[in-house]
Write a protein that binds this ligand. Sequence first.
Ligand code: NDP
Length: 297
Amino acid sequence: MSATIIDGKAFAADIRGRVAEQVAALKADHGITPGLAVVLVGSDAASEVYVRSKGRMTVEVGMESFEHRLPEETSEADLLSLVAQLNADPAVHGILVQLPLPGHMNSDAVINAIDPAKDVDGFHISNVGLLGTGQKAMVPCTPLGCLMMLREHLGDMSGKEAVVIGRSNIVGKPMAHLLLGESCTVSIAHSRTKDIADVVRRADIVVAAVGRPKMVRGDWIKPGATVIDVGINRVEAEGGKTRLVGDVDFDAAREVAGAITPVPGGVGPMTIACLLANTLTAACRANGLPEPEGLTV
Ligand code: NDP
């Protein structure tokens, strides 16, 4: 039986719609317009694309977008002084410094200079600690998007076996914490895991965040499992073109899984939607207002 396809594109549009409604209410009832500042250093082509679409969608949901483009040779001290300026600016509720930063900068130092309350990427060490200890945090956007899709599709996940493949700080580890928060029994697999197929075969929930095209094979998937594919890999296609594929062999896995996200059109669109949701959350918290409904963990 073929799996249900979890449509991240449609779900992300729904989230953006809900954010837009709550932004309009915030403006009307409290005169507050949430503001997101995005800082891009250098001219990495992929980062340029992300920053452009983040700016466009921020404006589309009625928020204020502040873009700061700095040249590649900007010093770390100058970047830190911009971050301090944004921290102090009451019109800015969310700050995102686009990664990767140029090699001469210490990314950890820059991220940890952001006011944790405005750290809408959820990468500040305080937010990492809050999430890890089950407290209210700013949750990294990609794992938050994965969790929202899982909640929507599965509802209660308590007691389910979940495996996260990948242990990065931006996806794998926060994802594992979120699944623990849902009372799943969580395994984290990585490049040193001995028999990864065996670990995956036990899982009711599989989140693949590896960066290796189609690494997760169809015969690794437990029948009926829910599969969330975070991977974005550009591979060669016919006619000298390229196309995007995930970390999961989608065609094989969909024959076994209960539900699966496609690539593209799965996790990807959810990431920016969750960035907007986090900015709204930050604006509400900064003003002592209730958290936006259905958009936080
Ligand atoms: P990283 O490279 O930081 O981490 C990859 C992880 O995969 C590591 O923990 C690594 O293990 C593990 N890994 C690598 N090879 C294997 C293997 N053969 N078997 C098992 N585990 C392995 O990647 P990210 O977490 O940043 O991203 C993962 C993927 O998700 C990428 O394709 C990226 O493009 C995509 N992505 C998508 C986003 C979206 O919006 N949809 C957002 C962010 C990322 P080890 O630690 O042992 O080296």
